[in-house]
Design a protein around this ligand. Structure first.
Ligand code: FES
Length: 165
């Protein structure tokens, strides 16, 4: 093999290596370009909704009697990963002056039973373990470790909204 033939063969090898590396690089780039959106599509819903919160309209402020917790029930769409379901949320709304409102969950903070407002006793009662909560959700007697949970609440155009996560 002459010196020229050796140089020519080395050049061919370098060209072949360059083409092989180039082909792998382009293939890898195309593979990544197709894989990343597919992975984002697959895991996106699982990551997405956790921190999202929505204002849900409860209804008119005119339904709330001054000084008496008034029960509102609304349907809320919840998405957990790919699963979307509808859930009913019940909220007691209280105002003493028609301007400042609090929204309380009707779920007992002991083991999750539903409390109800007893008008003539002016207390919430949980039938599961006989807990009693005051008008603003504070624990009066029984095993609940804390007051009724509260929702962030706002009024717009005489409509009540709660923040649901
Ligand atoms: Fe309400 Fe136990 S669940 S007192």
């Amino acid at each position: 093999m002459t010196q020229d033939e050796k140089i020519s063969e080395e050049n061919n090898l370098n060209r072949r290596n360059f083409l092989a590396i180039g082909t792998w690089a382009i293939g890898g780039f195309i593979g990544l370009a197709m894989t990343i959106p597919a992975i984002a599509y697959l895991i996106g819903p699982a990551l997405k909704r956790d921190e999202e919160q929505d204002w849900i309209r409860l209804g008119s402020t005119s339904k709330v009697e001054l000084g008496t917790p008034t029960l509102f029930k609304v349907k809320v769409q919840r998405q957990t990963g790919w699963i979307e379901n509808e859930e009913e949320v019940s909220v007691y709304v209280l105002t003493d002056n028609g301007r400042d409102y609090i929204g309380m969950s009707n779920i007992c903070t002991h083991l999750g039973c539903r409390v109800r407002w007893i008008t003539d006793q002016e207390q919430f009662f949980c039938p599961c373990h006989n807990a009693v909560f005051g008008k603003q959700g504070e624990v009066i007697t029984g095993p609940p470790p804390r007051p009724l949970d509260q929702y962030e609440i706002k009024v717009e155009d005489d409509q009540l909204y709660i923040l649901v996560g």
